[in-house]
Design a protein around this ligand. Structure first.
Ligand SMILES: [Mg+2]
Length: 373
């Protein structure tokens, strides 16, 4: 029988120190305790707790499928407890992303971000988990396009016949809450037409076209649309599968050789350059950024994350590498250029996106003073 395993990454900003910088150790410890208990009880098989800047990230491997209420409850209880601790320490934004109070079986729509993928385990199943801070779900549009549709990035699309059938992209329209599936290479231009509008369209899932093998799953929460106001950027996560008829790990990492622009950064209101970093630098500083992303490599093995003899998961900190120094340098050069612009577009996001920030409160004050011109 084929082993079916689910990888769930559920994340939440439950409070941080100092300001929006990092998730402090006492909160990571609480998450560790909760997931260890869930593992002992047999709810999950393996886990890894980490943080992307001020977001607490729970990576879990289990056999309960996607959207399972027991798994989501583990995450919800963890976040509740961590938020309580954050409140007792008077941390910044304690409980910030927990938008609802009563758990009803699934954390989707309640504030936390979720990326989940149930896979039928192959002979070897390499997985890369990306997690970003100070940006939104559309931060993955550009690299995922490069990885799964751009023959100039992914050599396999050209020289490996097992990739030649192309990939299908599910694209979510977050404004109208509807989705569409686009097939590449045939509809590549249409795909770019949509996902180039990063304020509105997000890639949510990708499948290999010939057999619908799942290849990528993203978190797509729009916190501002749930809450109706700015409550922090979505700080997305993505799970990407590699090798054996899929892009190689190196092809998945290749788009990050250069920095690129994403929405988010200070107050979720600015364009900023994405900086790929190792876990050690998964923290935001200058202008609450620049927006950062970590990449964790792992192998799935019989329902678990492949682990050492002590049961510690083997996690590869993929951006912890001088190979990404150039992207980091570029990010700082772009950051400096944008910050010279202050609050003038294009440094600040466009008016439509700013609707969901605190800017309308400022403009409201002036409304009555306008006279016909
Ligand atoms: Mg964050």
């Amino acid at each position: 029988m084929v082993q079916k395993t689910t990888i769930s990454v559920i994340k939440c900003d439950v409070g941080s120190s100092a300001g929006h910088h990092i998730v402090p150790k006492p909160l990571l410890d609480i998450a560790e305790q909760h997931l260890k208990k869930a593992q002992k009880q047999g709810t999950i098989n393996s886990y890894y707790v980490f943080h992307a800047g001020d977001d607490l990230e729970l990576l879990m491997a289990h056999e309960k499928g996607e959207g399972n209420s027991k798994i989501h409850k583990v995450a919800w209880d963890t976040f509740q407890d961590a938020a309580k601790k954050a409140m007792s320490l008077k941390l910044y934004g304690a409980g910030q992303d927990l938008l609802k109070t009563a758990f009803s079986g699934n954390v989707r729509g309640m504030g936390p971000g979720v990326a989940e993928m149930e896979i039928e385990e192959r002979r070897a199943d390499p997985i890369i988990v990306f997690a970003a801070d100070k940006t939104s779900g559309s931060a993955f549009n550009y690299p995922l396009f490069r990885i799964f549709a751009d023959p100039m990035n992914t050599a396999g699309l050209v020289i490996d016949p097992t990739l030649a059938g192309g990939f299908k992209f599910e694209v979510l329209d977050v404004m109208k809450n509807r989705k569409v599936v686009i097939k590449c290479p045939e509809e590549m231009y249409e795909l770019i037409a949509l996902i180039g509008t990063t304020e509105r369209y997000l890639i949510s899932r990708i499948w290999r076209a010939e057999d619908n093998l799942i290849c990528a799953a993203n978190s797509t929460t729009k916190l501002s649309l749930i809450a109706g106001k700015y409550v922090g950027k979505d700080d997305p996560v993505s799970i990407v599968r590699a090798q054996h008829g899929l892009p190689a790990t190196g092809e998945i990492l290749a788009p990050f050789m250069h920095s690129y622009f994403v929405e988010g950064w200070m107050r979720g209101s600015h364009w900023g350059p994405l900086m790929p970093v190792g876990l050690e630098y998964s923290k935001c500083t200058i202008f609450d950024g620049p927006p950062r992303m970590v990449a964790l490599g792992l192998q799935i093995s019989d329902g678990n994350i492949a682990s050492d003899s002590h049961g510690t998961p083997l996690i590869n900190d993929l951006f912890d590498d001088p190979a990404f120094d150039m992207a980091r340098q570029e990010a700082m050069e772009y950051a400096a250029a944008l910050r010279r612009m202050g609050e003038f577009e294009p440094a600040r996001l466009g008016a439509e996106t700013m609707e969901y920030t605190t800017l309308p409160q400022v403009l409201k004050k002036l409304r009555r003073r306008f006279k016909p011109a």
